[in-house]
Design a protein around this ligand. Structure first.
Ligand code: GDG
Length: 510
């Protein structure tokens, strides 16, 4: 097994003045469970399986704690290589911290139901308020089958693997489950583990939690299973306070037998207390800064500035994902060019879009809409020497970071977004004191409000005016806002996200 080297951006807990976090970790076996593993496996030319560390903040945040804890990571196999590998120890981070990665391998049909029907789009769309409710979704017998044989079945597989690890653990386990793929696993775990085993269940929901009215659209059996699953958790984390309050309200309205306490932010169900807290996720500030200085990012930056140098740059970076509201972003740009023709020929909208979930019908259709809208704007205003919108579709994180260094305006106009990490990455690496135009329906807005121009995601006219304001903002004001944003983001990075969860577990004695 070869470890792909990476920068020394592992989150550090060593300077933590609060040694209780270290104590906690040294006395527990950490079990992380997420849909995706922290590594991806490939078959090398000589037929051996090799792994590469996955990208993303979660891996970075947890890499730091792995040095201090016995750790296991349970994830869903995505490829045949994953299934063939099954389980094994991998090294992550600069200190080669070891973690045992174990894959659960559902059948293809079960994975289809769990991932492509129930988690995405059903739950994702519900939690981002994206269903055209007069038409969709229709929960027919096929969907029910995918629920039972897919979502329920895969959550059971996770629960079995986690329960085994809890029982085999050399010390009481701290289980940290991640996100909407695994809502049911906690209650299954409680049934499976023998009563005397000592363990704590924490679950973090990365996406918004809407109000009870939205959850009321799900059939009673489905929504109760979800709420019962989450009420089996000891510490339930959300991105914002509002998400947590919505969860408590949902239990109050839709889970018979639940007793809620808003003051203590707690739900009692079946003689068990679930503490509900908000832990806004963030980015690895140091790791990102180091990456921004690499040769690779430098050369992408040069390429981008050469092709877009003389124009002001509006940038967006998103997965091709309807909740990111990409089409309305282009409509707003169209309206801005209409209302303020002085920008014509002087500004370029660069959209770096990452392919995502293209196996799910709604996503393939959305890409067509995005391309169609951009094509119309380009046909309306463009000429030989000016292409108003440039779309690059690819998976290329170093190029994304290069783009973030050179924007004048970063547009994040999501319909709903748990946090939105791009909004936190931009101000950290940007070199032009660019302005962040941010949807009020992102978790990031709760923290970054003092430095941004806020927009309501459906308000295309308002977004057009905010774009105009950003592009004409005096440099002094741009500088002040950019500074404010940097300090807000530096104050709370990805290490704090995890540390806050661990401290809460200590304080509540969970
Ligand atoms: C979910 C929630 C929440 C960009 N281009 C590439 C690439 N990126 C990076 C971005 C950013 C990340 O991917 C995307 O994170 P977001 O937070 O913006 O959005 P989601 O993917 O929807 O994330 C969200 C998050 O979970 C964490 O809790 O904030 O609300 O929806 O870091 O810079 N990454 C790779 N290749 C690229 O080309 N690998």
């Amino acid at each position: 097994m070869e470890q792909i080297p990476h920068s020394d951006n592992a989150a550090s807990y060593d300077e933590d003045p609060d040694t209780s976090v270290h104590n906690l970790l040294s006395q527990r076996t950490l079990i992380i469970a997420s849909n995706r593993a922290p590594v991806t496996l490939h078959q090398s030319e000589n037929g051996e399986l090799e792994y590469q560390r996955g990208s993303g903040g979660l891996v970075t945040a947890l890499t730091g704690v792995l040095q201090h804890a016995e750790a296991r990571w349970i994830a869903c196999a995505q490829t045949e290589e994953d299934s063939a590998w099954g389980r094994g120890e991998v090294s992550l981070g600069e200190n080669d911290a070891k973690v045992l990665v174990q894959f659960v391998s559902p059948s293809e049909a079960a994975y289809e139901g769990y991932y492509r029907v129930i988690a995405n789009p059903l739950l994702w769309f519900l939690q981002h308020s994206m269903w055209n409710i007069f038409r969709e979704p229709t929960i027919d017998q096929t969907v029910w089958q995918h629920w039972e044989d897919g979502y329920v079945a895969v959550n059971r597989l996770f629960a079995e693997a986690i329960a085994q690890q809890i029982e085999a653990a050399p010390s009481p386990a701290l289980v940290m489950l991640q996100d909407y793929h695994l809502y049911l696993a906690p209650s299954f775990i409680r049934y499976k583990v023998r009563p005397k085993a000592r363990y704590t269940l924490a679950h973090f929901v990365h996406i918004p939690w809407p109000g009870a009215e939205d959850w009321g659209f799900l059939p009673i059996k489905m929504r109760r299973a979800i709420l019962e699953g989450l009420c089996a958790v000891d510490l339930l984390g959300f991105q914002t306070r509002e998400d947590g309050l919505n969860f408590i309200r949902t239990c109050e309205s839709l889970l018979p037998g639940a007793r809620v306490n808003y003051g203590r932010s707690r739900v009692w169900f079946r003689n068990h207390a679930t503490y509900v807290r908000d832990f806004p996720i963030s980015i690895d500030v140091n790791g990102l800064r180091q990456l921004a200085e690499t040769e690779e990012v430098n050369s992408y930056r040069e390429q981008l500035t050469q092709s877009h140098g003389d124009w002001q740059i509006i940038l967006r970076i998103d997965r091709i994902e309807p909740s990111k509201n990409i089409v309305r972003g282009f409509q707003a740009f169209d309206e801005m060019l209409e209302l303020h023709p002085e920008h014509r020929g002087k500004v370029k909208f660069v959209a770096l879009l990452v392919p995502s979930r293209l196996g799910v019908t709604e996503y393939g259709d959305y890409l067509d809409e995005v391309m169609g809208m951009a094509g119309r704007v380009n046909a309306k205003y463009g000429g030989n020497d000016w292409e108003p919108i440039r779309i690059l579709v690819d998976e290329n994180y170093p190029r994304a970071v290069a783009g973030l260094q050179i924007y004048d305006l970063l547009l994040v106009n999501s319909i709903a977004d748990g946090m939105n990490l791009v909004a936190k990455e931009g101000p950290i690496v940007n070199r032009r004191n660019g302005v962040l135009v941010l949807s009020e329906r992102t978790g990031a807005y709760q923290q970054l409000e003092p430095g941004v121009l806020v927009v309501s995601p459906l308000d295309v006219y308002g977004t057009a005016e905010a774009m105009h304001q950003a592009l004409t903002m005096p440099m002094v004001e741009r500088g002040e806002r950019a500074k404010r944003l940097r300090s807000l983001i530096e104050d709370q990075d990805i290490v704090d996200w995890l540390r806050q969860q661990l401290n809460t577990i200590i304080k509540l004695n969970l």
